[in-house]
Write a protein that binds this ligand. Structure first.
Ligand SMILES: C[S@@+](CC[C@H](N)C(=O)[O-])C[C@H]1O[C@@H](n2cnc3c(N)ncnc32)[C@H](O)[C@@H]1O
Length: 217
């Protein structure tokens, strides 16, 4: 099974710069982005006995979480299917020599340079993987080498789910983000050899984004 092309954006060289400037400018988006940083920090602070200080940030996008990861003294391997995003990330003036950024697909094994990471961060990808088979494949890539994973998915039990469906129906369009029933997500996690250590909703009852910390089962 292939990932839909529409969920793999920023394929043109130099695309994504406008997105990086505008995506989180609105009031609500800024609120969401601030809360995401807090939740990422909270889950990354969770004790990890075999942590080697190296994290794989995939998909890395334009580098929203890089300052947080550096603030936690982590060595970063940043990866995205979009070379344009990787270029923005590594072109950041604060990008450190010991870190590296390269193009990679979460549906394939990670490049050797990132393989040793004992943690993975995967934010805002799973709502674009519409089939269980793809999500389980991505979970297996992230979990390889006994990694702990901090990631997000969209849970279907919230106002966000129903309002988005209603809005799209009124516009005569298809809902493009996949909201996953909790039980389905749990069984996909188990199938990938993982367990949920912690789960936190972005804005309980209002927003579908759900953060989880996963560890080997
Ligand atoms: C909404 S952005 C999130 C980026 C970053 N995690 C953040 O929260 O700012 C989604 C990213 O996923 C990337 N992407 C989509 N499919 C991917 C895949 N199969 N492997 C790696 N990256 C992928 C896209 O290129 C895009 O940069």
């Amino acid at each position: 099974m292939q990932q839909a092309r529409s969920t793999k954006p920023f394929r043109q060289a130099d695309s994504g710069r406008d997105y990086a400037v505008r995506r989180y400018r609105g009031f609500f988006q800024r609120l969401v982005a601030r809360r995401e940083q807090r939740l990422a920090a909270r889950l990354l602070e969770h004790p990890h006995p075999t942590c080697n200080g190296h994290i794989a940030d995939i998909p890395c996008g334009y580098g929203r979480f890089y300052p947080l990861l550096k603030g936690m003294n982590l060595r970063v391997s940043a990866m995205d299917q979009s070379q344009a995003m990787v270029d923005i990330y590594s072109g950041n003036a604060d990008f450190c020599d010991g870190d590296h950024a390269e193009q990679a697909d979460v549906l394939k094994p990670l490049p050797a340079t990132a393989d040793g990471a004992s943690r993975a961060l995967c934010v805002r990808l799973f709502q674009h993987l519409h089939h269980p088979e793809l999500r389980i494949k991505a979970l297996r890539t992230l979990a390889a080498n006994q990694r702990q994973i901090v990631m997000t998915y969209y849970d279907d039990g919230s106002l966000h789910y129903w309002s988005k469906r209603l809005l799209m129906r009124l516009k005569g369009k298809k809902v493009r983000v996949k909201m996953i029933p909790r039980r389905d997500f749990e069984s996909e996690v188990a199938e990938a050899g993982l367990r949920i250590v912690k789960r936190i909703k972005l804005f309980p009852g209002i927003h579908a984004q759900t953060w989880v910390l996963l560890a080997p089962a």
